[in-house]
Design a protein around this ligand. Structure first.
Ligand SMILES: *Cc1c(COP(=O)(O)O)cnc(C)c1O
Length: 383
């Protein structure tokens, strides 16, 4: 088989799936900078700035705010490995694929999952959380802020955080899809630890998982009865490399160029301003929703105020063949969108407007392409 260089194999696909999202040119340039050492003074400065920007985007003062080497799931695994001890009871809200993945992680690390099962497409009620926590002695509550498999945004974050604290449980949050696309207020909401990913609304290639832990979470880590069950994700060691004033002690070689890319991605978001970024997501989401509904798509999430601005999970119009149309969009329009996951496989699309993919002209082009394949197949509502 002939092996061509990557440059000659990869086309200009527009990314409107559930991640990765389109990456701005300046982020790609940062990624292709000269590689330097992970202990080089220039790199240490970039690390400090990256942490500072992560704190701003996460709205936190937590000293322990760093990118974990690995995709979003590595942040999930880091929190579980460090904050769950064998035998700990951990409440996990399961209202989609990612809540299910967290429950799997918790049980693999020896935790006892107290599942709070919620119908897919819905969010959890504080009352249900209270009931689960009152049933006894949970060390932590895990919640997905933006469930990418169903398109649901969890409201009442602050109230749920308070409930966790009243029951002496850590409030642990998956902010993989929400960060950089809608408000995530770590300190104000009482979140004890959270993780995210780079390839969703931060519009950086996949490969890093920003995490943050407050002192309450760090106390739990420092007072463990057992060592952290993962060497690679052991924050007591990783801390000695990352934290300013620490020994900068080698643990594993930092993915230097990915951190350059994250630095540039965060810099762009803060330059635009968080509020402006969120407003751009809201506006474009409204335009996409109007366009999709006019074509006969319906939203999995019934409550309009609980729909994600950055991910539109929709059922196709009656009789449309989702797999065929999705392949056609990729082949004829160089457009990537996502299929349904789990319960919604074969029935739904997941259309992303994440970060740099969330621009007015991109939404217009996206709707034009979707309309053209739907109309071709059905002769449905024409433009
Ligand atoms: C994408 C995603 C993850 C997993 O991230 P990977 O980068 O695929 O490992 C976890 N949680 C949510 C809510 C996600 O959307």
């Amino acid at each position: 088989m002939e092996r061509k260089a990557i440059h000659d194999q990869i086309g200009q696909v527009r990314l409107h799936g559930p991640g990765p999202s389109d990456v701005p040119d300046s982020v790609l340039e940062a990624l292709s900078s000269k590689t330097i050492g992970h202990l080089d003074p220039d790199f240490l400065r970039v690390m400090d700035q990256t942490q500072e920007m992560l704190r701003e985007v996460l709205r936190t003062k937590n000293r322990m705010t760093i990118p974990i080497s690995g995709t979003g799931s590595s942040g999930m695994e880091t929190l579980v490995a460090n904050l769950v001890e064998p035998g700990d009871r951990v409440a996990v809200v399961r209202n989609g694929v990612f809540g299910g993945r967290i429950a799997d992680e918790v049980s693999r690390f020896g935790g006892q999952v107290v599942a709070i099962n919620v119908e897919w497409g819905r969010t959890v009620e504080p009352e249900q959380v209270k009931e689960a926590l009152s049933s006894g002695d949970c060390r932590a509550l895990f919640l997905v802020h933006a469930e990418t498999s169903t398109g649901a945004l969890q409201p009442q974050m602050k109230e749920i955080g308070q409930l966790a604290h009243e029951h002496d449980a850590l409030f642990l949050v998956d902010a993989v899809t929400s960060l950089g696309g809608t408000e995530v207020k770590v300190d104000e909401w009482g979140i004890d630890a959270a993780y995210s990913g780079t390839q969703k609304c931060l519009s950086v290639p996949p490969g890093l998982s920003p995490i943050t832990l407050n002192e309450r979470a760090m106390d739990k880590l420092r007072n463990r009865r057992t060592p952290v069950q993962s060497w690679y994700f052991d924050l007591t060691m990783i801390e000695e490399y990352w934290n300013e004033g620490g020994a900068r002690k080698y643990h594993h070689t930092a993915p230097v160029n990915m951190i350059f890319a994250l630095h540039e991605g965060l810099r762009l978001i803060l330059e635009e301003g968080l509020d402006a970024v969120f407003e751009r997501h809201r506006k474009n989401a409204a335009a996409l929703q109007a366009g999709l509904e006019s074509l006969g798509f319906t939203y999995i999430v019934e409550k309009a105020e609980e729909r994600l601005p950055m991910l539109h999970a929709v059922f196709l119009p009656e009789g449309a063949d989702e797999g065929k149309l999705r392949k056609q969009l990729r082949a004829e329009c160089s457009l990537e969108i996502g299929g349904g996951l789990g319960d919604f496989a074969g029935k739904a699309w997941r259309i992303g407007l994440m970060g740099h993919s969330c621009r007015e002209e991109k939404v217009e082009a996206l709707l034009r392409d979707i309309r053209s394949v739907i109309v071709q197949e059905h002769g449905g509502p024409s433009a």
